[in-house]
Design a protein around this ligand. Structure first.
Ligand code: GLY
Ligand code: MN
Ligand code: MN
Length: 497
């Protein structure tokens, strides 16, 4: 299939708007603590990595905060913003002459000024002299450096370093929380890119649905997805490693890694759980579709699929500013448990099941996470906010109340994971909830996840993901019924037969 889409132009104004937003927040913070709005924000971009045993370079992807503020795709840069004037400055690496032989033309500084639309460009070895010059002879400016905890990876961002930095006064505390919070609320220009990443990835998922055949290998599904998003969307990067799980593998939440590399041959009767999202100009999509590899849902598969779909739809129809994400996780659990009870897999009072955290046996991961330049985007926990510690809830990547302009994934799931199911079925507090006979039939069948990316509007939300979700639509699309991905700028109309 060809594509109805083409990669959109990316206006560098997007990053100028991001810088302006940072300046407004930073200046407001400084003035509220009676500090002068002076100094420079200084960030160090990512560096290219070479394997120690060869000169092979991994394909470089820019550090996310640097990408947010400057949109620079090349490695080895620094970027600064004058807090008082708002002027932006890039520092480019001075490349050796051999670069021109092996890697191409050495671009002049004016090239970077032109394409990245910044006020000034110098070489990185000039930082130590340029910053005082730009400070208009007032000495060495205060540097606001990026240092703070990423609450997803538990790693700290690395503050910029350069030779001579010890002669500058450095502030390591102010920038990180302010910049992370800027990234939480998306501008219209950012939303347009996330929308395109969603459009091309939705189309690629549909392509896979149409081409899947019993007897294929999981990696062939990955390959089809990658081809479509790159060929027609210009997406050289994925937002994360593709999870192409079939059969029992679909209960392995982060399947697809090097030790489980999407290499199973799948069989008639298996479910597929495909979690794949392309990245476009640094901005992510994160989409999961679940369907039977032979194109026809059995009644057992429909039971689990619809339990998850009802949870997905219940959450999406509730989302709006002011809604708390922990409450949404619990809503998804409750809707799923009610369906499983109706399907005779579990029994008893659903409120009692909730109190015993039975939902976490079937869905051990969080309901969703912020999405942006990172798949698990920053800002999930504000400084001082406690992570819930109950099963399931402790996996939540945010516990915040929703605000207009946030983009968040809604990804309920229901899995039959022996490592969780068996202890829960043996536990005296939870054993009574299980219909042991019925559950036995489902063990080894894997799981279902349905994942869409939504943006919060002033009074609700818009689903940016355009894949078929109802069983009848999936079955129709798999045998070739048309499904149009309507191209939209920021607001979106879902696809449809
Ligand atoms: N694809 C990773 C996630 O859903 O969070
Ligand atoms: Mn996700
Ligand atoms: Mn995902």
């Amino acid at each position: 299939m060809a594509s109805s889409l083409s990669p959109p132009e990316v206006p560098m104004e997007l990053h100028a708007v991001n810088r302006e937003k940072l300046l407004n927040s930073l200046r407001a913070h400084l003035s509220s603590s009676s500090r002068p709005s002076q100094g420079f924000v200084l960030l160090e971009g990512g560096k290219e990595q070479t394997r120690y045993c060869t000169d092979h370079e991994e394909l470089f992807r820019q550090e996310s905060y640097f990408a947010y503020l400057f949109g620079v795709k090349e490695p080895g840069f620094y970027g600064a913003i004058d807090v008082a004037s708002g002027e932006s400055v890039l520092f480019a690496p001075r490349l050796p002459a051999a670069y021109a032989v092996w890697l191409g033309e050495i671009k002049p500084l004016s090239y970077f000024k032109e394409i990245y639309k910044v006020n000034k460009v110098f070489y990185t070895d000039e930082i130590v002299n340029v910053l005082p010059d730009l400070y208009k002879g007032m000495g060495n400016p205060l540097l606001f450096l990026l240092h703070g905890l990423n609450t997803d990876s538990n790693n700290f961002s690395k503050p910029a370093e350069f030779q001579g930095i010890e002669n500058f006064e450095r502030d390591l505390n102010t920038l990180h929380p302010i910049l992370a919070e800027c990234r939480v609320i998306k501008s219209d220009l950012e939303l347009a890119l996330i929308q395109f990443a969603n459009d091309i990835s939705s189309e690629a998922h549909i392509e896979v649905m149409r081409k899947i055949r019993v007897g294929m290998k999981e990696y062939q599904l990955e390959s089809m997805f990658l081809h479509h998003t790159y060929m027609f969307g210009g997406c050289r990067h994925c937002s994360y490693t593709c999870i192409c799980a079939t059969g029992e593998n679909s209960s392995v939440l982060h399947y697809g890694h090097a030790a489980a590399p999407n290499d199973r041959t799948f069989h008639d009767g298996d479910m597929a759980l495909l979690d794949m999202g392309a990245e476009y100009h640094f901005y992510a999509s994160d989409i999961t579709c679940s369907f039977p590899v032979n194109g026809k849902f059995t009644s057992d598969q429909s039971l689990i699929y619809n339990a998850v779909l009802d949870a997905h739809d219940a959450v999406i129809s509730t989302l709006k500013p002011g809604i708390n994400w922990v409450d949404m996780h619990k809503l998804a659990e409750k809707v799923t448990l009610e369906s499983l009870k109706k399907g005779n897999l579990i029994m008893g009072d659903v409120e009692n099941m909730m109190a015993e955290r039975l939902g976490a046996v079937f869905m051990p991961h969080g309901l969703g996470h912020f999405l942006g330049i990172d798949t698990h985007d920053v800002g999930g926990y504000l400084k001082g906010a406690e992570r819930p510690n109950e099963p399931g809830l402790s996996s939540l990547r945010t516990s915040r109340e929703l605000l207009e302009g946030m983009v968040i994934t809604v990804e309920p799931g229901c899995y039959f994971i022996d490592a969780l199911l068996v202890p829960a079925m043996e536990n005296t507090k939870t054993s009574k909830f299980f219909n042991h006979e019925e559950i036995r039939r489902f063990r080894g069948s894997g799981g279902v996840r349905i994942e869409s990316d939504v943006r919060i509007t002033s009074d609700g939300c818009i689903n940016m993901t355009k894949c078929p979700r109802k069983i009848e639509d999936i079955e129709a699309v798999m045998v070739g019924a048309p499904w149009t991905i309507k191209k939209t700028s920021v607001g979106c109309v879902n696809g449809g037969i």
